[in-house]
Design a protein around this ligand. Sequence first.
Ligand SMILES: [Zn+2]
Length: 257
Amino acid sequence: MVSEKCLRKVILNSDVYTLCVQHALTTEKQEIMGLLVGEVDDIKCISKISACVTLHRSDKQPDRVEISPEQLCTASMYADQLSKKLDRPMRVLGWYHSHPHITVWPSHVDTRTQAVYQTMDPLFVGLIFSVFQNDSRSLNNLIQVTCFQAHQGASDLERTEVELVIQNSPFENYDLKGIADLPRILIQEEVECHDVKDNDTQDELANIHNDSFKTLALVHIVSKLSRPLCDDLEERLKTVNQRIRTLENLKKELQKR
Ligand SMILES: [Zn+2]
């Protein structure tokens, strides 16, 4: 079922890593997911992930992460747009999802899902981000990441770990857009989820109750995600401006000489 060709290494852009972790930290109750976009070296079997698409989830059951054909299609259209813009062959080359409060290792369902993707693209890769795991010694919130593929073992499907390198890279416009889109996607999920529930009931009191839960959820997104994101981006802007000034001064020095 799973092809012989396997991935040897994955190079992950640090901004995409940040975006995935930020996405994973948005909820500790459900698994979140998205698709990874970038370039792949088919000969050396190395993937270079430089963008990602955060997916809006229609099914919010715990432990259910499924990518619909429509979402895959949207992501590949996005990859095509990026290819044209950057003049480089970009495509969808993997998926990611989160494991809140559980270990980073892929479940049987994850390995099976991964194997299905590999039948379409042998170099397709899966990333899992384990978040909200408490480290009892340091009391810190532990974040772990694994990069894997599936292969047919002696009796069952098994996972193979793939080397993952997180590479510092210039801040790309499209990643900035991804970060900015994240709160919007989550708000859309909440609004859709609550509006469906609202239609089911005619009870005024229940409607008020549901509305207050919707408000609470939206406030949560703004305070836990949008505001910290803004603060983070402001800080980055300051750092970039500082760097520009330093470089300009250096340029002046060099011109004088
Ligand atoms: Zn999983």
